[in-house]
Design a protein around this ligand. Structure first.
Ligand SMILES: Cc1cc2nc3c(=O)[nH]c(=O)nc-3n(C[C@H](O)[C@H](O)[C@H](O)COP(=O)(O)OP(=O)(O)OC[C@H]3O[C@@H](n4cnc5c(N)ncnc54)[C@H](O)[C@@H]3O)c2cc1C
Length: 470
């Protein structure tokens, strides 16, 4: 029997993954992507002779079966890397995850004692049983003590997400998947190995750029008969009996009506709400309260073969403008010309703030100055620099976000054939492996005849278990 049509909004990894699994199962799928290029933040692009990614992207997963899915999709296109990371703290580079051997001499006796006392208090707190943490700050203090919190987690939180006292414990759970001070101490003392669910021992990278991953999903969608529209903007929904029956799309000056029995959305919730309930100021205001931080990626092309030996380096301290430094050639040396290297520095920001509003030249100069200060290069090496800015990419889990999201979901679920997916689509802090898992989950639900609303509810549960593994 012929299956009814599905429309997928957004051609990032989440939209393409959903379309891939659905097309494979025989659903007639159409993907609607607003941009000219597919892949969203997982796409790659060409500039200054390089193939560049949007910051450091690796393929790794602890979600059961997902690494196998990645292997079967990309096969011998995958390069396997043994991960090499460092963190810059107190003027030094330390292996990451941290090890006691290099941390202690760096701290000096007073700081080391404070750190030890903090651990001891956290371990004792754990043994005595403790109240549920109310915020990101609470969670980290309870597990690691004040010393580690102030050294690493507090400055990092301020840089990436904002005030750690205002951030939900869910963010800490997703981002810091260690069970606490006892485990950390054991790992620091090398009495316990890092397990794969806190630290990826290896990862994959698709030969030719991370964008090969969404590109492969897209080619599979087409191979299974799916359609993909790029530079296509969804303008209006046609509603009937509580469902979305068609999406009106504008592309290359022409309009098209796409009938849909099921609508899968991976686009920002604000855009979806506007299409679903145009003119509903209450819904728009509620969605507007869900905060997403913006992203500025500062690229520097330097006249040297390589800058560092790491895949990426964390810079939690506030004196550095960026969160991380990533060297494209560390993933695949063939991604740029000899004698030059391309660096990407990621900065979290908010539209209109000093970073967002700064001219490109100024951001390039600030990042270059920081690299020079960090002893990595010299100013004369700069050959070119540019900035790419992305709105609304970091879901900010404030302490009240869950209740707000719940209220919004109740309103959006009035469209009975709608399912959400993805990072911005579901307001879920995730990686591309999770997006793949969401697509697989949606297709499995549809194959079993589960209603879109129930699939969506299942996903709400599922995304809470996602952990980002560095
Ligand atoms: C610095 C950084 C490092 C990261 N590192 C990793 C990593 O190592 N490994 C990993 O797996 N993940 C990593 N991630 C996360 C990864 O980028 C995301 O999980 C993934 O990109 C989310 O995909 P998505 O499809 O949900 O969203 P997006 O990539 O944002 O895609 C959404 C798509 O929807 C389109 N769209 C928006 N509005 C509309 C509209 N109105 N109509 C039609 N289309 C629309 C957009 O153009 C876009 O193509 C990293 C992210 C960042 C920022």
């Amino acid at each position: 029997m012929e299956r009814p049509p599905v429309v997928v909004l957004g051609g990032g990894v989440a939209g393409l993954a959903a379309a891939y699994y659905l097309a494979r199962d025989g659903w007639p799928v159409t993907v609607v992507e607003r941009a000219a290029a597919l892949g969203g933040l997982c796409g790659s692009f060409q500039s200054h002779g390089f193939t560049l990614d949007h910051g450091p992207h690796k393929l790794y997963s602890v979600v059961p079966g997902i690494l196998d899915e990645i292997r079967s999709l990309l096969g011998d296109r995958l390069i396997e890397h043994k991960k090499r990371n460092r963190i810059r703290l107190l003027g030094r580079y330390l292996d990451y995850p941290l090890s006691l051997g290099n941390l202690l001499p760096l701290l000096g006796p007073r700081r080391a004692a404070r750190l030890g006392l903090g651990y001891a208090a956290a371990v004792a707190g754990g043994a005595l049983g403790r109240r549920d943490p109310a915020s990101y700050e609470d969670y980290v203090l309870q597990r690691f003590g004040r010393g580690v919190y102030e050294l690493v987690f507090e400055p990092l939180a301020w840089k990436v997400w904002g005030d750690p006292r205002q951030l939900s414990v869910d963010l800490a759970r997703a981002r810091i998947p260690s069970s606490g001070a006892t485990e950390l101490v054991l790992r620091l003392l090398k009495l316990k190995e890092n397990s794969e669910d806190v630290d990826a021992p290896f990862f994959y990278y698709p030969r030719g750029g991370f964008g090969e991953f969404p590109a492969r999903l897209a080619s599979e969608v087409r191979r299974h008969g799916g359609r993909i529209l790029t530079s296509a903007v969804p303008r209006a929904f046609e509603r009937a009996n509580g469902s979305v029956r068609a999406v009106h799309v504008e592309s290359a000056g022409a309009s098209e009506r796409l009938a849909c029995a099921t609508l899968v959305s991976s686009i920002p919730m604000a855009s979806l709400a506007q299409l679903l309930q145009p003119g509903d100021a209450g819904l728009a205001a509620e969605v507007g309260q869900l905060r997403l931080r913006d992203l500025a990626l500062v690229y520097l092309v330097l006249g040297q073969e390589r800058l560092v030996d790491d895949h990426w380096i964390f810079f939690p301290e506030r004196r550095y403008p960026f969160n991380r430094l990533f060297e494209q050639k560390s993933m695949d040396a063939s991604l740029g010309p000899p004698g030059l290297t391309a660096i990407c520095c990621d900065l979290t920001c908010d539209e209109g703030d000093a970073v967002w509003a700064a001219p490109d030249d100024e951001l390039v100069r600030r990042c270059l100055d920081a690299l020079v200060e960090a002893g990595l290069t010299t100013p004369d090496k700069l050959r070119a620099g540019f900035v790419r800015r992305f709105r609304s990419f970091y879901p900010m889990y404030t302490v009240d976000y869950r209740e707000r999201l719940g209220r919004i979901y109740v309103r959006l679920k009035q469209a009975e054939n709608l399912v959400l997916t993805g990072r911005v689509g579901m307001f879920n802090y995730n990686n591309s492996d999770h997006c793949l898992d969401m697509g697989r989950f949606i297709a499995a639900g549809m194959a079993a005849g589960t209603s879109p609303g129930e699939i969506w509810s299942g996903l709400e549960e599922r995304v809470r278990s996602y952990r980002i593994i560095d």
